[in-house]
Design a protein around this ligand. Structure first.
Ligand SMILES: N[C@@H](CCC(=O)N[C@@H](CS)C(=O)NCC(=O)O)C(=O)O
Length: 217
C-alpha cells in the first residue's frame, strides 16, 4: 500500500483528511502518532518539521504531503474517486477553496484556540484571546446560517472539500461555543454531515478517545 496517513484519531484536522480518504475508499496505512512520545514526535518532525498532523506519505510517488487541504487536493488529483473534492470548473474551484479557507481560518482556528486554552495551566490562560475566538465563532456561525438557507452541502450541490473542512470545527465548535437557537441551519448541517458514511466512520473511530477531549474547568 503506497499511502500512509500520519495522524491522531482525535485530531480535528486529521478528521478532515480521513473523511476524504474514506469518502472514496482510498486504501492507506494509518499511523497513529502520539506527540507525547519523543520518538514518535521526532519521526513526524522528520517528515514535516512544523510538527503538525495530518501528513500523508505517498511512497509510490515519492511525495510527503502535509496540510489537510493540500492532502485532499492531492488525493483528488492522484487518487481520484467518485467524490470530487474540487470541481474542474475554475469558478466553482476557487469558490470551493475560499469556503475551505473560511472553515479552516474562521471556524477551525478559533475553535482550536478555545479548546487549547483548556489545556493551559492556571495563570497562563488567555481570556482575551478566547473572547476574541468566541466572537469570531459567532460571526462565522451567522455566516453559515446564511449560506445554508437552501440546505445541502457547503457549496450547495455536491459534497466536497469544504464539507471535509466543515465537519471537524462544527463538531468541536458546538462543544466549546454552542450554536444556540439562532443557528438552526448550522445544527441541521452538522447533523447531515454526521450522517454521511465517511464522517460517521471517522466519528466512530474517534469515540474511544473522546474522554481525552479537554473539559472546561
Ligand atoms: N493547517 C494544518 C493544521 C494542522 C493542525 O493544527 N494539527 C493539529 C491537530 S488538529 C496538530 O498537529 N497539533 C499538534 C501541535 O500543534 O503540537 C492543516 O490543515 O493540516
Amino acid at each position: 500500500m503506497s499511502l500512509t496517513l500520519h495522524f491522531h484519531p482525535l485530531s480535528s484536522f486529521c478528521w478532515k483528511a480521513l473523511i476524504a480518504l474514506y469518502e472514496n475508499d482510498i486504501p492507506f496505512t494509518p499511523n497513529s502518532v502520539n506527540l507525547g512520545d519523543p520518538v514518535e514526535r521526532a519521526a513526524l518532525l522528520k517528515l514535516w518539521p512544523v510538527g503538525k498532523f495530518p501528513v500523508l506519505r505517498d511512497d509510490a510517488r515519492g511525495e510527503t504531503v502535509p496540510e489537510s487541504s493540500i492532502i485532499i487536493e492531492y488525493l483528488d488529483r492522484h487518487y481520484r474517486g467518485p467524490t470530487r473534492f474540487i470541481p474542474d470548473d475554475v469558478h466553482s474551484a476557487w469558490q470551493t477553496r475560499l469556503r475551505d479557507r473560511f472553515y479552516d481560518l474562521y471556524v477551525h482556528l478559533p475553535m482550536q484556540k478555545i479548546m487549547g486554552d483548556r489545556l493551559r495551566p492556571d495563570g497562563n490562560k488567555d481570556p482575551h484571546g478566547v473572547a476574541e475566538a468566541r466572537a469570531q465563532l459567532r460571526t462565522s456561525y451567522a455566516m453559515i446560517e446564511h449560506q445554508m438557507a437552501r440546505g445541502g452541502w457547503a457549496m450547495g450541490g455536491e459534497f466536497g472539500l469544504a464539507d471535509c473542512a466543515a465537519l471537524p470545527p462544527l463538531f468541536y465548535g458546538n462543544m466549546v461555543e454552542p450554536f444556540g437557537a439562532a443557528h438552526g441551519r448550522v445544527s441541521a448541517y452538522l447533523e447531515r454531515l454526521k450522517a454521511r458514511p465517511s464522517v460517521a466512520r471517522v466519528l466512530k473511530e474517534a469515540e474511544p478517545y473522546f474522554h481525552m477531549v479537554p473539559k472546561e474547568r
